[in-house]
Design a protein around this ligand. Structure first.
Ligand SMILES: NC(=O)c1ccc[n+]([C@@H]2O[C@H](COP(=O)([O-])OP(=O)(O)OC[C@H]3O[C@@H](n4cnc5c(N)ncnc54)[C@H](OP(=O)(O)O)[C@@H]3O)[C@@H](O)[C@H]2O)c1
Length: 160
């Protein structure tokens, strides 16, 4: 089953100008724990925002792009759907953004791991508000934690 993992602000914004304006390190740890050694599907713009613009280590990286390029350490898919098909060969596969790839593949996801950050920096890209969708329910939630003055919690949404 395809899953998604995302960090959202209170308005379900997820980024601005190609990056995430506010991050907490606990979310990075959570991301590593959840995705483990599974496959990740990532848009080419989000890849560019990774350290050194390089694929994530220890995971199978599938990069979605329309370009005919080779990316060392990653497989290239020319549509989100073909990325999802490639990911089927892996036991666990996660859609890790960005906005356009989430939009294309959320309909194929059965579970979404959300880190909710209790703040509203300006965003220019958004994730679907799952609280306002009849298709999703919260299956699990953590208490609120705080890091550097930012409250955050982890939620797992499952498709109804
Ligand atoms: N908060 C979070 O958890 C989180 C996670 C990830 C990303 N983000 C944020 O999301 C933003 C980036 O999102 P984005 O939507 O701008 O970019 P993106 O989804 O990361 O990448 C977009 C690129 O993916 C390729 N692509 C998208 N749809 C395609 C399709 N149907 N067929 C073929 N290729 C396709 C294209 O690559 P080419 O241009 O190479 O053709 C496109 O330019 C950033 O602000 C980032 O920080 C937030």
């Amino acid at each position: 089953m395809l899953e998604a993992i995302v960090a959202v602000y209170s308005d379900w914004g997820i980024g601005k100008d190609g990056t995430q304006p506010i991050v907490v390190s606990a979310d990075r740890r959570h991301f590593r724990e959840v995705t483990g050694d599974g496959a990740v599907i990532v848009g080419r713009r989000t890849l560019a925002d990774f350290p050194g613009g390089r694929p994530l280590k220890g995971r199978r990286n599938i990069v979605v792009t329309r370009q005919n390029i080779e990316i060392p350490g990653a497989e290239v898919a020319h549509t989100p759907e073909s990325a999802a098909q490639l990911a089927q060969q892996s036991e666990k596969a996660f859609v890790i953004g960005g906005a356009s790839v989430y939009r294309s593949l959320l309909p194929m996801c059965g579970r979404v791991h959300v880190t909710m950050l209790d703040c509203v920096p300006e965003s220019d890209v958004f994730f679907e508000n799952l609280d306002q969708s009849a298709d999703w329910r919260i299956a699990d939630s953590s208490p609120w934690h705080e890091e550097n003055g930012v409250r955050y919690r982890f939620l797992t949404y499952e498709r109804i």
